[in-house]
Design a protein around this ligand. Sequence first.
Ligand SMILES: [Zn+2]
Length: 447
Amino acid sequence: MSAILIKNGWLGLEGQRDIRIRGTRIDAIGSLGPEPGDEVIDASDRVIYPGLVNTHHHLFQSILKGIAEGLDQGLGDWLQSVPYRHWPKFTPEMLYTAAKVGFSELLRSGCTTCADHHYLYHADSSPEMEAVLFQAAREVGIRYVLCRGGTTGKMTHKGMQKAGVEAETLEQYLTRTEAAANLYHQEGDDALSRVVVAPTTLVHSMPPAHMKEVAAFARGRGLRLHSHLLEVPFDDQVARERYGCSAVELASRCDWLGEDVWFAHLVNASPEDRRLLGETATGVSHCPISNARLGSGIAPVPEMAAAGMQVSIGVDGSGSAEGGSLIGELYSAWLLHRTRLGAEATSVAQVLKWGSEDGARLLGYPTLGRLEVGAPADLVIFDLDQPRYAGVWEQAQAPILCGEPASVERVMVAGRWSMVDGRMPGTDERQLAAQARATVSQLRALD
Ligand SMILES: [Zn+2]
């Protein structure tokens, strides 16, 4: 089997090494000479990181950026002005275009695995809406984890009620999720597509009995669990009013804590919440830019890590984090906690680990996100041969220290190039931009 030999690159934060990829995996690392048939890539003045792992996104929002009504609103009102307002108008074609835009941004920021919390489900949803997401992921060459959102019983948010869509029944939620898992969920440490059970928000989307039942279903089927929690204090208020306990205690009562569960945000997790979440090794997807943009606050993730939680990084939907860049989130995470706690709060090594192997582990990939022999071959090559990087002494840390614009030259997913010389093979990005603009006009006209 022929191989790809990448020479002279700065591998992770360690030092200069060569790396050989054979098939879909990393075959060798060290001082390596070419073998007959090897494709040789010279990576001098380049830094190679493991492919970054995004643990929370809403790809459909990639065509709902910068909507005037939602620009200065907090989460509750923003939901009504942006995603819920436009939700019922989405067609599979629109969703496909949005997904392609989102993937292009992710690849351009070094991301090779995307967990997409997709929640546009209602009583009359078509499975085509899922099919186009997996199709777009296959076409661009990115690992895609569908976090299957949804609501049962009734639509509780005023924005959803206004949208005029009806919630699924619990039976619909379970049978449709099972059908998606049968079609798309792959086992194995190198799965290209996965399904996660992910009711939209733990406190509001389903009654506790339903949450308990979907957790049992997920565990019986070998699927992981994901949801939104404590992005705002409202979750705690509602849990206390309705159920007489904190939101995290509610999660515990519903069997929604554990190593196979991760929550987006947790901005308002109290020390007691963190203790419960940490004891059970529950995970968090930290989305600092969206939390800043919506004025939600800064999630205390160094404290969460210290309590024993698993920390990972997400970009969140682009309706509330217009950049869509994973390296941008790592850069923000690196900075923001220093603002709160001082200059020792974060290191580049720590945020890189959160954004790669720790995120991969949360998604159920034990060896992904590491540059190690035998691991799936997902990596990103940053070109540092440009003035803005030339003055950096610690070159290996430059892609995170210098933030955006990230100079991603190549991206590899499962041994195949998804980006070469800053371009996506098989995707005309200008045409994609035109298609996205046309879709925005369509949505405007329907408003
Ligand atoms: Zn979200």
